[in-house]
Design a protein around this ligand. Structure first.
Ligand code: SF4
Length: 63
């Protein structure tokens, strides 16, 4: 799984961190930070959930 995050789109809602805290974090301004661009397969459901709930469509997941 390959994850990309477009920080220019991020609106700092924090939903990705709620869904997958080991893959996403937020900086001091609330902008998401990608901690792991290639998470293990057992994180797939949570990462896909993070992408689904992101209001800015800033997260892309590829198999
Ligand atoms: S869910 Fe989307 S908009 Fe919200 S912090 Fe994460 S990347 Fe940014």
């Amino acid at each position: 799984m390959k994850v990309t995050l477009d920080q220019d789109k991020c609106v700092a809602s924090g939903q990705c961190v709620v869904a997958a805290a080991d893959v996403f974090d937020q900086d001091d301004d609330g902008i998401a930070v990608l901690l792991d661009p290639a998470p293990p397969s057992d994180r797939a459901d949570d990462v896909e959930q993070a992408a689904a709930v992101c209001p800015a469509l800033a997260i892309t997941v590829q198999d």
